[in-house]
Write a protein that binds this ligand. Structure first.
Ligand code: B16
Ligand code: MG
Length: 219
């Protein structure tokens, strides 16, 4: 049976996409690459440096900066982002997620975090959720980002569980692909259209039902 759940953070526990958007948008404007919320969808679940590359490509400026200059741009964005996430409180947990996690703990399930964000531990702390998680994958130890399965494989490993005994929960298509490739049961949060690769999907975190997921994952 299922013994663990490996969670994505942004878009599953809380919605930091808006803060990422504000920080990247400010950077984009500074370097002459304005973009809107729709473009920001392309950055969900994507690592910091890969997000910067996508923005530079949008402005056809990917060859205008050295690697060292790119690191500075990414670090400027992150400093701004870190100021913004200081505003996060437990009220920013997405609907139903706290009850879902408490139900999972009550069942004795082991929980891990598989976020591409290097700010994951700070955000968990701000949300008051640190103690629920036995393991947090450190994204700086990874060779490949989502959709590569590495981050989910590591999450299961840190829990000491085989991937087949874990459920993964994600809001990004790249994340669902990563969970599937890791050999876990995938649960998607999002529209039917964007979550069509998921083994099971819900439109909102408020609809996550532990009994239903456990039944479906065991089937
Ligand atoms: P950071 P997730 C991802 O988190 C975000 O969705 C993505 O927009 C962000 O660029 C990435 O983390 C890296 O974040 O700059 O804080 O290290 O969805 O994998 O929880
Ligand atoms: Mg996400």
């Amino acid at each position: 049976g299922m013994r663990g759940i490996v969670f994505d953070l942004d878009g599953v526990l809380t919605d930091t996409a808006e803060y990422h958007y504000q920080a990247w948008k400010a950077l984009g404007e500074k370097i002459g690459i304005p973009f809107d919320r729709a473009f920001n969808e392309n950055l969900k679940g994507i690592s910091r440096m890969d997000s910067l590359e996508r923005i530079l490509e949008l402005g056809h400026k990917e060859n205008d900066y050295t690697q060292a200059e790119k690191e500075i741009l990414a670090s400027d964005k992150n400093e701004h982002y870190k100021e913004l996430i200081l505003e996060i409180t437990p009220k920013d947990l997405l609907p139903g997620i706290k009850a879902f996690i408490e139900a999972a703990k009550a069942r004795g399930l082991r929980l891990a975090l598989a976020s591409a964000s290097k700010n994951g531990p700070v955000i968990l702390e701000r949300l008051g959720m640190t103690d629920y998680f036995e393991a947090v994958v450190d994204p700086s130890t990874l060779e490949h980002g989502k959709p590569d399965p590495e981050i989910f494989t590591k999450g299961a490993e840190l829990l000491g569980l085989p991937a087949e005994e874990c459920v993964g929960i994600e809001d990004a298509q790249a994340g669902i692909a990563a969970i599937n490739a890791a050999g876990m049961f995938s649960v998607g949060v999002g529209s039917a259209e964007s979550m069509k690769e998921a083994d099971l999907f819900v439109e909102s975190t408020a609809d996550l039902d532990l009994d239903e997921i456990m039944r479906a994952a065991a089937a």
